[in-house]
Ligand binder design. Structure first.
Ligand code: KIV
Length: 518
């Protein structure tokens, strides 16, 4: 019988903790829903002990996930394990993922523990985790730089204490496919109780080898792959979900394993993470890059016209890349709109459908041709309706010679306010004017301003991401409109509202304790 690979997604933990990838609670829920719907087996939803925000995210995802196992990371410390156990409690199936280093360099300089001191900690913490769940993962942090015989002793100890998944991470991205294969083969052959646990690999991409290393681990017998959407994560990132899943699908002949991820959902997940984080993938990124299915050279185009198999090893449709069809216009009705949503994989409740339909009609008044990607953008459930600040109108004076002036009428806490501001260009004028609406504006710093056209053509909707740093807390704001300046204002307002939310509901910031390094 073909073995099954467990896909363990850590976009919301290892991915989200990396610079510029911060997501707010609602955004994490959206990502979790997409992961759950696409057939990811385990969602590592956060590191419950690290902040109130992480705890709330794990708890919230545990409450709503329909299929996936929901997991929280925890250091090998009693308070971490208890907090993780509490956070995954509402899940249909909850997992605690606890870790401690096994490499000499980490133990000597960071943890200040000897080999012998670590083993009872592993036993005690896994035993404690067992009070909350019988689904326990233990990771040997920096496994790839650990002494192999000591690693075997630690793994045996963890399994004996009740760990059901053993993860051997390449924490610093040091492994190569051969060394990863050797490590798994060695440990799985030498440790006597390996039949009682599933082996897992967590790869970092420092040498650009994370996917190759993950596939090597699978070839050696690992049956869980730890991945993130778009490969986001610490430093050069983690192993990317889409690459591993498609490699397992396209090269079934090589790997002969089954995987439950519905590959047609990949593009949607990738785009959602790009849009939330404001971090676009490179155009030539495997599977999800803008050029991944583009054929430019004459010889390739000629082959493609004769038979797509000449230059395509997988179809764009298999990863959910629909041709951005011209779909609708202002005469399209509710029925056609609902059918289109269904085709694109969206099933909306009555209220959400009516909201999306109203946005569609509004867009169709401004833009003649509406494409699939426009519809996807419309359905984005992030709504401005409940924001404290809303844009009523925007007028701009710009062009050669200046001055560049933005005049905005705003609704702030239900009261109308007019702001007029001069700047170095229209965007600067808008942002300066809006910033003046909040207290403590001097602590707000712009970190990213990014404009992306949703479709082609000069009438395309602009999708703008703004990232602000407010006293060390990073928030992303998003806005969409056929007018790039309106989209910019909406994105800035969205980010400012998040700053206000952070200010009014303080949460513990992630602890800077070096033992947090995961
Ligand atoms: O990189 C790492 O080693 C980790 C572990 C906690 C799995 O993130």
């Amino acid at each position: 019988m073909t073995d099954r690979i467990t896909i363990f997604d850590t976009t919301l933990r290892d991915g989200e903790q990396s610079p510029g990838m911060t997501m707010n609670h609602e955004e994490k829920m959206m990502v979790a829903d997409v992961l759950d719907g696409m057939g990811v087996d385990v969602i590592e939803a956060g590191f419950a002990m690290s902040s109130q925000g992480d705890f709330d995210a794990v708890y919230g995802i545990a409450e709503r996930a329909k299929n996936a196992v929901i997991c929280s990371l925890a250091r090998c410390k009693p308070a971490d394990i208890e907090r993780a156990g509490e956070a995954v409690r509402p899940a249909k199936r909850g997992r605690i993922h606890t870790f401690i280093s096994t490499s000499d360099i980490h133990l000597k300089y960071q943890f200040k523990l000897t080999h012998e001191e670590v083993l009872p900690i592993i036993t005690d913490m896994i035993t404690l985790a067992g009070k909350y769940t019988d689904d326990i993962e233990w990771s040997a942090m920096d496994a790839t730089r650990s002494d192999l015989d000591y690693l075997c002793r630690a793994v045996e100890t963890a399994i004996a204490a009740g760990a059901t998944t053993i993860n051997l991470p390449d924490t610093v991205g040091y492994g190569t496919p051969d060394t990863i294969h050797e490590m798994f083969t060695y440990v799985m052959n030498k440790v006597p109780n390996t039949d009682k646990a599933v082996f897992s690999f967590h790869g970092q991409n420092d040498l650009g080898l994370a996917t190759a290393n993950t596939l090597a681990a699978i070839r050696a017998g690992a049956r869980q792959a730890e991945v993130t959407i778009n490969g986001i994560g610490e430093r050069a990132g983690n192993t990317s979900l889409e690459e591993v899943v498609m490699a397992l699908n396209v090269r079934k002949d090589v790997f002969d394993v089954a995987c439950g991820v519905k590959t047609e959902h990949i593009m949607r997940a990738s785009r959602l993470v790009q849009s939330i984080t404001g971090q676009s993938v490179q155009v030539n990124k495997a599977i999800v890059g803008a050029n991944a299915f583009a054929h430019e050279s004459g010889i390739h185009q000629d082959g493609m016209l004769k038979h797509s198999g000449t230059y395509e090893i997988m179809t764009p449709e298999s990863v959910g890349l629909t041709k951005s069809n011209l779909v609708m216009g202002k005469h399209s009705g509710r029925h056609a709109f609902r059918d289109k949503l269904k085709e694109l994989g969206f099933e909306l409740g009555d209220n959400a459908f009516e909201d999306a339909f109203a946005r569609f009609k509004d867009l169709a008044d401004k833009k003649k041709d509406i494409y699939d990607d426009d519809i996807i953008a419309i359905v984005d459930p992030r709504s401005a309706a409940e924001q404290r600040m809303q844009l009523i109108s925007l007028g701009i004076h710009c062009g050669t010679g200046g001055p560049h002036v933005a005049k905005m009428v705003m609704l702030v806490d239900g009261k109308e306010e007019t702001v007029e501001m001069e700047g170095n260009g229209p965007v600067d004028a808008i942002f300066k004017g809006l910033k003046g609406l909040i207290d403590g504006a001097e602590n707000v710093k712009l970190k990213l301003y990014q404009v992306h056209a949703v479709t082609q053509g000069t009438d395309a909707q602009a999708e703008v991401t703004v990232r602000l740093d407010y006293d060390g807390t990073i928030v992303n704001g998003h806005g969409k409109d056929v007018d790039t300046l309106v989209a910019s204002a909406l994105a800035y307002i969205d980010a400012l509202c998040k700053v206000e939310a952070v200010r009014n509901k303080p949460s513990l910031h992630q602890s800077q304790n070096t033992n947090d390094a995961a």
